[in-house]
Design a protein around this ligand. Sequence first.
Ligand code: SF4
Length: 665
Amino acid sequence: MAGYLGKILWVDLTSKDFKEEAPSEDIYQNYLGGYGLGVYYIYKNLKPKTDPLGPDNILGFCPGLFTGTLAPLTGRCMVCAKSPLTLTWGDSNIGGFLGVSIKRAGWDAIFFTGASTEPVYLLAGDENPELIDASDLWGLDAVETEKKLKERHGKNAQAAIIGPAGENQSLISGIVSSGGRIAARSGLGAVMGSKNLKAICLNGKGKVDHVDKATTLVLVKEYNKRLNRNMDNLGAKMATKIGPSFATFMRLTKGNMSQSHAIATRVFRLFGTSFATNVQIAIGDTPVKNFAGVGYRDFPDKIAKEFNTQNLKRWITGSQGCFNCPIQCGHVMKVPELNIERTHRPEYETLASFGPLVMNKDVEKVVEINDYLNRAGMDTISAGVTVAFAIECCEKGILVKKDFACKEFPDGFLPGWGEPEYLMPLLRMMVNKEGIGEYLAKGVQEASRHIGKGSSELAMAANGQEIPMHDPRKIKGLMVTYLTDPTPGRHTAAGLEYSSIGEINNFIDKIKFKLGKDPLVAGAEHARWAKVMQVINSIGLCEYATWFEKYPLLEFFKSITGWGYTVDDIYKIGWRIQVLRQMFNAREEKIKFDIPNRALGNPPLKKGPLANVRVKPARFIKEYFKHMGFDDKGVPKQETLEQLGLDFCIKDLENASGSPIPEFE
Ligand code: SF4
């Protein structure tokens, strides 16, 4: 047994019982770790149509199969449950040190069932796991809670924590770790809050074995050598020096974010995700003014440049990142202007969602919001999209000043585009579920249902989850990802067009793709990439790794676990995991294609890089379904289930349902 530990932990929060389970080797071989293992156990143990905020939902913390090993960039961990936001399969990916700490505590995954009547936290490590009263931690933000847990259980203890947003069961709340990293998406903080589980705290010192450590070390050394060569690449040096000054040129030439391995390595090591936010705004990748604006007109380059990492350097005190990652793409900052001693640099998604999306031109305000939401445990993407929705509702007279009455503003206030002073009060209302904040804390789709008056067309969500900061009118393949991945509205889910921003055909030996716009080819290739992506996620490999360097995936499988997998094995394992995630949604009768017309370019924008762009993904989706072995409504076929050894799902087909693919005209 190597790579994995052969043990998972079940914690019943109602009865306070612990149960250890030893999965057989074939479960690991067929589902790996991460959300592969998560979906296997949750699918089998969760009754269909379970209330996601009731005690019967199952919450899993699942590090990748390779997490804790020497394989670089494999420190990612997945939190899984039925999502209260989308009512579909929910998972959320988190970096930092959470995954490796679960492994060091002796577990390949920890699943929670039931609900405690009083706040508790789980302590697991060298001693037997125990549930500890967390009444004194309830109400504290995630960073304060982490500090207290470290004081009690040692400075090396790691934790996954909910802040006030999760305690209040906001449907856009997440789970925080490592001082401000967050499993933000799918609303899983609310699931943890509904169970009265404030935190899990891990202080184990165990190790993960390798079948052949010497070979693994050689592979790691070669990989790191390639990364270092990228850092010295002259073209990459030039690109990282002058790239952001090409925003106008890129816009005029309809450029995209394509980059070589060398450039991506250098960009992420030195600047992280927000190296060229201004270019993304200019070319139409970044949505502006709730997806109705035009970058160069509404958010000109002079201001947009302030949202690049380079402009945040005055506050940056060092790099930080995930366990065993040679890139370390994040930064920590000290911001005296805001009295903040230590905080994380906002990532691109946050800079975009609280910058151009809401037309806020004050980058310091984004830093303040990022710190606040990471502490409160609220997803910055969903929160930004929801704030943009509320502002547009005000602009159109759907919401009025008195709708925003709160303790801070008893007569209300009227948030408008580019008015940063109202952002924090509005977010505080959402986190604390005060006044209209109670509805906005449920995300845009639920909020628009409550508000009515035609506001659903302003609610930028895909199947219930707020659309991330990559406009599907620019990267059209992402529309398919947003609508068809079992966790909808996610840019980090399998999307070939998005992943091929990097040198996708130079990532894994013998795995190559035909890239192009023809929906017949694109659908098939997207399906093949979706299979590979499930493996990437289930071993805990960071998705950015696809952009950096050739990765010795099969070689690591052999040297870490001893499994001699072929490329066909990779496709089959990934296919199995994706089909099971899809089957989860079919069983819930939640396969749908719910997206506002604006995201489809209907009607199209009149100006800018997305002028006259319409997105019509019907044929693409049809081909994707065909190549995944789904019927034309997205339900996995019986023969697909049989072929993948998912026979335990066949009985569920009787009550499963999908939806016809709309024409999107
Ligand atoms: S590249 Fe960044 S996000 Fe990915 S593993 Fe490394 S530090 Fe984490």
